[in-house]
Write a protein that binds this ligand. Structure first.
Ligand SMILES: Nc1ncnc2c1ncn2[C@@H]1O[C@H](COP(=O)(O)OP(=O)(O)OP(=O)(O)O)[C@@H](O)[C@H]1O
Ligand SMILES: [Mg+2]
Length: 495
């Protein structure tokens, strides 16, 4: 039997086929097991991996995995198959084996009849700019009226126009964002394109009356490249995407203060450098907008239904801005029955998309373990787990921490916080922390006279006097959250 060879065309001859049978719901470190297996196959440099989902089956514990029962559909059988040279398979097996705590692993010899792949194109970083650039460039002069610039951009694919002087030297650039920030454009161009003619004409008239010119709005100091320069330099001039962090505020006991904490946390994280999106994940009876004295005609449902085709414009349209702080808010639907339209998967996709646009995404949740709550917890970077000094709340916190272990969520992602603390009550944060082996990292005092009026007025207390005890405790909690987030691994996965 001749062995497999690796040629420039790929594999040929005899190789090994590794099959791993797992359940779709199996997780490791809070992530789907099959994803980790595929990832391991990739990092071990294997030729490829295929995951197939079965329709039904049962495993060692006769737990039936089936697609026909809605309730069990999250735990269908999965088979991960990998074919490669024996020594590569052995290396992968050494890493994958310990990951599979319940399942089946098989190994067999296979003969490769044909395996080809397209040669991967090297990154075009060394190819000159001239080969990649758009050639028909529309330019404007510094004294071109802004209304004309907008006229030019509408309906064209261009996202920006260079501003050139009399010698055709680039002196600036006007983008959609420049027009929006300071040029009098009231919505992004992609939205503008969809306006009716009358509204569009009225906006253009308004711009003409304001009499602004290209030089007033252009971004100064644009990056410019010579045509024979390398593309790599041009690529480096485009800032890398940095992903925001998702903070889920959760309590397994209703009324423990999730909405109070989530709204105030959003206020204290927001500043000029860090933008915050506050998401109401309590889809049935969410009251984030009420806590902020805002109203929103759009909601999570509007984004969830387009979860696979989100873009910054849609997000811009659906989120509202909290006037007093600038925090962006994704409100809950106006009626409880609309909550049913949102699946956990969609909610998770929406949160992951928001990461591209905001530095922090703070999610308020309901205490009921719905699919949406689970998805939020699963997608989060950290979970602020609230308890009070009441026994039912403490009991439920313990149950939740057990669930955290079952779900394989790293306990360091849980920030255990005590809310409505009253020092006259003997149940101390230290005692609970010791008992549950989960330290309480922040304590927020009970201050009815501050919290209740702030909720009733719709003004979070973190926008008021910061010297009050509750505000000071809140600031320390915010620091703990920030600190924990900075210790996390950077996010490098594509969404
Ligand atoms: N630190 C605090 N001091 C005093 N009262 C507080 C404090 N935190 C929350 N409260 C009060 O607790 C009540 C419940 O708060 P909140 O609505 O934020 O909880 P929740 O967990 O979001 O509740 P729900 O389960 O209804 O969503 C509110 O009336 C609020 O005034
Ligand atoms: Mg609430």
């Amino acid at each position: 039997m001749s062995h497999a060879r690796e040629s420039s065309m790929g594999l040929s001859g005899w190789a090994k086929l590794l099959r791993v049978f797992v359940g779709e719901a199996d997780r490791i470190d809070g992530r789907p097991l099959y994803e980790r297996i595929v990832e391991t196959a990739r990092t071990e440099g294997l030729a490829g991996a295929t995951v197939t989902r079965g329709l039904a089956g049962f495993g060692a514990h006769s737990r039936i995995h089936t697609a026909s029962l809605e309730v069990l559909s999250i735990d269908l059988p999965l088979v991960v198959e990998v074919v490669d040279l024996p020594d590569k398979i052995d290396n992968a097996l050494a890493r994958v084996g310990p990951m599979v705590r319940e399942g089946l692993i098989t190994l067999e010899d296979v003969q490769i009849v044909k395996y080809t792949h397209r040669e991967l194109q090297p990154l075009p970083a060394d190819r000159p700019v001239r080969e990649m650039m758009t050639k028909e460039v529309v330019t404007v002069r510094p004294d071109t009226p802004i209304a004309d610039v907008m006229d030019l951009l509408i309906g064209k694919l261009y996202k920006a126009v260079p501003v050139v002087d009399a010698e055709q030297h680039v002196v600036g650039l006007i983008t959609d964002g420049d027009l929006l920030r300071q040029g009098g454009l009231q919505q992004r161009l992609s939205v503008t394109e969809r306006l009716d003619q009358a509204t569009l004409a009225a906006q253009l008239d308004e711009m003409r009356r304001a009499g602004k010119m290209a030089r007033d709005e252009q971004s100064k100091a644009p990056a410019a490249f010579i045509t024979r320069g390398p593309n790599g330099a041009a690529a480096r001039a485009v800032p890398a995407v940095t992903y925001g962090r998702i903070i889920v505020v959760y309590s397994p006991k209703g009324g423990s203060g999730c909405t109070t904490v989530a709204t105030n946390l959003a206020m204290s994280l927001q500043n000029e450098e860090t933008s915050v999106a506050l998401v109401d994940g309590n889809l049935q009876y969410g009251d984030v907008a009420v806590f902020l004295n805002e109203q929103s005609k759009n909601s999570v449902v509007d984004l969830a239904l387009r979860a696979d085709e989100l873009d910054p414009e849609i997000v811009e349209e659906v989120l509202i801005t909290h006037t007093k702080s600038g925090v962006r808010v994704l409100a809950a639907p106006s009626r409880p029955e609309y909550a049913e339209d949102v699946t956990g998967e969609q909610f998770s996709k929406v949160l992951r998309y928001l990461r591209k646009l905001y530095s922090y995404i703070v999610v308020d949740t309901s205490s009921t373990m719905t699919d949406v709550t689970l998805a939020a917890i699963d997608t989060s970077d950290v979970i602020v787990l609230l308890t009070t000094q009441e026994i039912p709340a403490i009991k439920n916190a313990r149950l939740f921490l057990d669930l955290v272990d079952v779900l394989d969520i790293d306990r360091s992602r849980v920030l255990f916080v005590m809310n409505r603390y009253d020092k006259r009550i003997g149940i101390t944060p230290e005692k609970i922390g010791d008992n549950f082996k989960q330290e309480i990292v922040a304590v927020l005092p009970a201050e009815d006279r501050v919290v209740i009026p702030s909720i009733n007025r719709g003004v979070p207390f973190m926008l008021g006097d910061k010297s009050r005890p509750i505000a000071r405790s809140f600031l320390s909690m915010t620091e703990v959250v920030r600190d924990r987030l900075t210790k996390l691994e950077p996010i490098d996965e594509a969404v």
